[in-house]
Design a protein around this ligand. Structure first.
Ligand code: HEM
Length: 150
């Protein structure tokens, strides 16, 4: 398979696997909230935010700046890849901002009173996050799909 010899394709595949781990963390965090284990919920969500941000800075921003913007968005802004990339970037920026706000304002304090006040943002954050992942996986398949057949 051509994509195994392609370092860029391998890097974004590793990033995709990490995003799937992030999704598993989000589901686990949500289940912990259901069991009323709020501190554990906060710790799992913090881990998901850190893991997600590390991929955003290490893989996604470089790939956006070096390839997606110059090769797709500038060249053919109405092409499906460009439209999905733009939606993914807008949703992803909102997820990162909300995630940093929620975990940063808690920062592992013993009290979870502040978190309860910020509960109204949490379901929205989780929903936007899942939408970000769906658009990201779609983008991945548009980039990698053609390489799998060569
Ligand atoms: C990106 C980070 C986070 C996400 C995506 C998230 C997600 C969620 C979701 C979806 C709910 C259910 C909300 C609802 O039923 O309307 C929830 C509830 C809750 N979360 Fe988070 N959460 C995050 C961070 C945190 C942090 C850092 C804490 C602090 C310990 C925390 C504490 C709580 C508490 C206490 C509740 C339940 C409040 C209640 O039912 O009265 N969460 N969270």
């Amino acid at each position: 398979m051509a994509f195994l010899n392609n370092p860029v394709a391998l890097t974004i595949t590793v990033s995709l696997i990490i995003q799937i781990i992030v999704l598993i963390l989000l589901i686990t965090g949500y289940m912990l909230k259901k069991k009323l284990e709020f501190r554990q919920h906060g710790i799992i969500m913090t881990t998901a935010v850190i893991l997600h941000l590390s991929m955003v800075f290490y893989v996604m921003i470089p790939s956006l700046v070096l390839a997606v913007i110059p090769d797709f968005i500038f060249v053919a802004p109405l092409q499906i890849v460009s439209v999905i990339a733009i939606i993914h970037v807008i949703l992803g920026a909102s997820t990162a901002t909300l995630g940093i706000f929620l975990v940063g304002s808690w920062h592992f304090q013993k009290s979870i009173k502040g978190c309860i006040r910020r509960k109204k943002y949490m379901l929205k954050t989780l929903s936007i996050w899942i939408a970000t992942l769906i658009f990201g996986i779609t983008l991945y398949s548009l980039f990698i799909g053609p390489l799998l057949t060569t």
